[in-house]
Design a binder for this molecule. Structure first.
Ligand code: C2E
Ligand code: MG
Ligand code: MG
Ligand code: MG
Length: 292
């Protein structure tokens, strides 16, 4: 919020602005202790295919603040990026996600589930980013294809040379990539063909206007078509209604994520939903194949 101060920069005292700055300073201070104090948690939001099978989940960080309760990443990620706190936080997210993949593997369940992790620009452009991912995957002996990194267009274009190098190194290991919030950045179509991208994640602002403004429907349709033609997967985020899902399916979108299927959930609730959905799935397939 404080970033939008430019317009008001001539007013000498603005109580609302002052309050914002105070909250910000307090959060910044608390953020320093949050990791040590174990205040972060990962939530999991399922990603499904056209027939509703859960193929993966996006991990979304939550900050359980001792006084403020659950703080949204929208309120602290940018701050963490500005203060450099995102570096240890980002490492924690990757390690926790990989440890979870290993735990499931050891429990002989969710064996093929992929986890998608959001990566911040300062985190990605750190010198040891590739090495940290490599090391973490080796440490847990994971199939690297189970880890998907969500990058944004601005991260990619921040330093295109560094991005190409790192993405290629990670691709050699087998790590997968999704372009998050696709269509909202400085969409340069140039890099789409130069980078090892597996998936375009259609931004929820387009998805949510399906059936409301015609142009957004056209954009969604165009992104799906472009992804198909480039041999890249398409995933729609923020799918909330059956109407949106049907439109996306009709235009060939491969994967879906949004409140229509599930909100992001804490680990145990996510596992319950997964098990329930799988039971339904196999019951349904038994009926349809006549096996009983
Ligand atoms: P994002 O990566 O684009 O994540 C999607 C956001 O949309 C999530 O918000 C998710 O809860 C929300 N969402 C999912 N389905 C729906 C839906 O059907 N309707 C609506 N209205 N919203 C939906 P969340 O969890 O608040 O995260 C916000 C942003 O914070 C993320 O956007 C991502 O940019 C960032 N973020 C979250 N976790 C991390 C993290 O571990 N590391 C980094 N660097 N950034 C993170
Ligand atoms: Mg994301
Ligand atoms: Mg997104
Ligand atoms: Mg977003």
């Amino acid at each position: 919020q404080a970033k939008r101060g430019g317009r008001n920069s001539l007013s000498f005292y603005d109580p609302a602005m002052q309050a914002t700055l105070e909250i910000r300073a307090a959060l910044e201070n608390d953020l320093r202790q949050a990791l040590e104090e174990n205040q972060f948690q990962l939530y999991y939001q399922m990603q499904v295919n056209q027939i509703g099978q859960i193929l993966g989940a996006e991990v979304l960080i939550r900050w359980l603040h001792p006084q403020r309760g659950l703080v949204s990443p929208l309120e602290f990620i940018e701050l963490a990026e500005e203060t450099g706190q995102i570096l240890p936080i980002g490492k924690w997210v990757i390690e926790t996600a990989c440890a979870q993949l290993k735990t499931w593997e050891n429990q002989h369940r969710f064996a093929n589930l992929q986890l998608a992790v959001n990566v911040s620009a300062p985190q990605f452009h750190q010198n040891d980013f590739v090495e940290h991912i490599r090391h973490t995957l080796q440490h847990y002996r994971l199939n690297p294809e189970r880890l998907k990194l969500e990058l944004t267009e601005s991260l990619v274009l921040d330093d295109i040379e560094d991005t190409i190098t790192k993405m290629q190194q990670l691709r050699e290991i087998g790590v997968r990539f999704s372009m998050d919030d696709f269509g909202t950045g400085y969409s340069s179509l140039y890099y789409l063909t130069k980078l090892p991208i597996d998936q375009l994640k259609i931004d929820q602002s387009f998805v949510q206007n399906i059936g409301i403004t015609q142009n957004d429907g056209v954009i969604v349709q165009t992104i799906i078509g472009m992804a198909n033609n480039l041999g890249i997967e398409s995933l729609a985020e923020g799918v909330e209604t059956e109407e949106q899902r049907a439109f996306l399916e009709q235009h060939g979108c491969n994967f879906y994520q949004g409140y229509l299927f599930s909100r992001p959930l804490p680990l145990n609730q996510f596992e319950e939903r997964f098990i329930a959905a799988n039971t339904e799935q196999s019951a349904a397939s038994h009926v349809s194949t006549g096996i009983n």
